[in-house]
Design a protein around this ligand. Structure first.
Ligand code: SAH
Length: 229
């Protein structure tokens, strides 16, 4: 089975590349795709660069060019739900683009005609994630992930995301990847480990915990692969 593992930043995909040093690689559209056969999978690994456009290009490339049949996103996010602390894990049950705004025409925030505010994640992959978490004694939350092209480091914006979208975590790629996978009918799972709390100290916290939280997320993806997608 061909499985795509996508991250946004180099630091988020590095734990995978360290685990699979014998990959081959191919450049497409300014990104490097790392290919490796491991554990019965043909893995396609990449970091897209930050933001929804980059992530959408990489997800599309992984599916349409490399033939990925399932996609897992691994990375870090800002925690909105107070129960999410640095290093905690969350998978999305649904995702939205909080920065889509055509409310001038009477549409709700986040809504695009012929699409929807929320894109639902894959129940089977999420169930597998919960099973892995149970077996390993890891706490895994499930909730709404809001994505947009801003780093949220502000208490008011954070509260707005909670109030407007019921969001539990915020990041800059997940909803675009979800959209691509949904439209191309590829089951996906968006997994994030918390690097900061999207508040006034978010930048400092992010810099401090990016690597450790990225590793938490990558280790969990490894466990999912071992369990069997
Ligand atoms: N420090 C980096 C920029 C990081 S942007 C640099 O200077 O290059 C934040 C990245 O982590 C994005 O990929 C996003 O998906 C995720 N992220 C973590 N915390 C976030 C937050 N509070 N708001 C938005 N995205 C966040």
């Amino acid at each position: 089975m061909k499985v795509a593992i996508l991250s946004a930043m180099r630091e988020e995909i590095t734990p995978f590349l360290q685990k699979y040093p014998h990959h081959t690689q191919k450049e497409i559209g300014g990104n490097t795709y790392f290919l490796v056969n491991a554990g019965g999978y043909e893995l396609i690994l990449a970091y897209s660069k930050i933001g929804k456009v980059h992530a959408a290009l990489s997800a599309s490339t992984m599916i349409l060019h490399f033939g990925a049949e399932k996609l897992i996103f691994s990375g870090v996010a800002g925690g909105l739900n107070p129960s999410l602390k640095v290093g905690d894990l969350i998978i999305a049950n649904k995702l939205c683009q909080y920065d889509v705004d055509i409310t001038a025409f009477g549409h709700p925030l986040g809504f695009i005609p012929e699409s929807s505010v929320y894109i639902e994640a894959n129940l089977t992959l999420n169930a597998l994630a919960h099973e892995v978490a149970r077996e390993k004694g890891i706490t895994l939350q499930e909730g709404i992930i809001a994505s947009g092209d801003s780093f949220i480091a502000n208490r008011e914006k954070k509260q707005w995301l909670i109030d407007t979208f019921g969001a539990d975590a915020v990041e800059m790629e997940g909803a675009s990847v979800a959209n691509v996978c949904h439209l191309l009918r590829v089951p996906f799972c968006i997994l994030r480990s918390i690097s900061d709390s999207a508040d006034g100290e978010a930048d400092v916290s992010f810099d401090e915990f990016l690597e450790s939280s990225a590793k938490v997320s990558a280790d969990f993806v490894e466990a999912m692969l071992q369990k069997g997608l």
